[in-house]
Design a protein around this ligand. Structure first.
Ligand SMILES: *Cc1c(COP(=O)(O)O)cnc(C)c1O
Length: 400
């Protein structure tokens, strides 16, 4: 696969043609499409006509416009969009695996992805081994004759560990596996396909949309794989039916165009706040800090201009202290005690009891997820110093 242009440049340089000369593509408002010639309909069913639409669960002009922008961003041949990030993830994994197949997955992944792999897919004879993605020996040892897929996140949730994508792709190559990378935490910052990922997944719900008003997902991959997801005969995208609504797709596409400037500001604010907390002696994890074990690895795969991302964690030691601090921060208007990420306001939640609660207490402990860990998605505040001072005051007065 070639990646001539990708990233921010390709998002903003894209233009489109519109029958009404609108600067935004027209929103397609149809679930079904008519044909002048009956033969075109039957050809479209077997996937043999370019530029013709059949039924919007399969594809629609607006969803395709969003998909094409995502493919350009990730530097992949093609992309397709879904009604949620989990819709994208489940479609991809069920498309790639059959009963008896095995997946090697990072242990520190999104709670929903973990629950899918650990609790749901085994019902269909698809089992997974969970490994520490920063320990390549353990990844390698988990690969067996039945393994089909290597699954990880560029930047893990919530521990913000950094995956060595190049090394993972070499392992995938050696064992003939498909490397699937969830890049939700680091759009534009890292282009996993450039480092050998075969399939890149996004929850568009987060940074890419950025307004916390929609749920959506995407798969960026080869044309052949995207076509296979859409197959009316055996495509998991088509048959599971987690379709994105065209109105939503249109909104997400417009929001996506400001991702480059938003992400740079999220990163700038996060670095400021994380740095200030560390200087004051608190236990903070942020990939842009020298103390972060993955900083060097991230820098090897980082695209310039977007910083180190908008996510950081603060260890408040106990769940009680974490809760007190979060309630204080919300009362002070610093942001919202809410899950999710990529919003213009800062969002914070205690991962162990929320977005990672699908992971058992024992497994959480094994992976180093402290019960008092607060995950922050730092917002777009004009003056991050004010937020920093508020957090510091809260930590001091609450003796966290
Ligand atoms: C939120 C999230 C998902 C799931 O996406 P939805 O849009 O909520 O279905 C998957 N992976 C990561 C890393 C996420 O943060």
């Amino acid at each position: 696969m070639k990646h001539p242009v990708f990233g921010a440049a390709s998002i903003l340089s894209q233009t489109h043609s519109d029958p009404h000369m609108g600067v935004n593509p027209s929103i397609s408002d149809s679930s079904t499409f008519y044909f002048d010639r009956a033969k075109d309909m039957s050809d479209t069913f077997i996937g043999e006509t370019e530029g013709m639409y059949l039924y919007s669960r399969h594809s629609s002009p607006t969803n395709n416009a969003l998909a094409s922008s995502l493919a350009a961003m990730e530097g992949t041949q093609d992309a397709c969009v879904f009604g949620s990030g989990m819709g994208a993830i489940s479609a991809v994994l069920f498309q790639l695996c059959a009963a008896g197949d095995h997946i090697v997955s990072s242990q520190t992944i999104y709670g929903g992805s973990y629950a899918l792999l650990k609790n749901f897919m085994p019902k269909f004879g698809i089992n997974s081994s969970f490994v520490d993605p920063t320990n390549l020996d353990s990844v390698s040892q988990a690969i067996g004759p039945k393994t089909k897929v290597l699954y990880c996140e560029t930047m893990s949730n919530p521990l913000l560990e950094i995956t060595q994508l190049k090394a993972m792709s070499e392992l995938a190559e050696k064992h003939n596996l498909t490397l699937v990378v969830d890049n939700t935490f680091s759009p534009l910052m890292v282009a996993p396909a450039k480092h050998g990922a075969h399939i890149v997944i996004h929850s568009l719900t987060k940074f890419i949309n950025g307004t916390s008003d929609a749920i959506a997902g995407a798969v960026c991959a080869s044309k052949a794989f995207c076509e296979s997801l859409k197959s009316v005969m055996d495509g998991a995208g088509m048959l599971f039916g987690s379709t994105l609504d065209a109105q939503r797709a249109a909104n997400i596409l417009k929001n996506m165009k400001t991702l480059p400037i938003r992400l740079a500001k999220h990163s700038e604010n996060a670095l400021h706040i994380a740095g200030g907390l560390v200087n004051a002696g608190y236990r903070v994890s942020y990939p842009g800090l020298d103390s972060h074990p993955g900083k060097k690895i991230l820098e090897q795969q980082l695209e310039a201009g977007f910083g180190y991302g908008g996510l950081m964690t603060l260890d408040a030691q106990t769940p009680e202290k974490a809760n007190t601090l979060m309630e204080y921060m919300q009362q002070e208007g610093l942001g919202y005690l809410a899950v999710s990420l990529g919003f213009y306001k800062t969002l914070f939640s205690a991962s162990a009891s929320s977005t990672s609660s699908e992971i058992s207490a024992d497994d959480q402990q094994a992976m180093g997820l402290s019960k008092g860990l607060i995950r922050f998605s730092i917002g777009l505040d004009h003056e991050p110093e004010n937020s920093l001072q508020k957090i510091l005051l809260g930590l001091k007065t609450l003796a966290v």
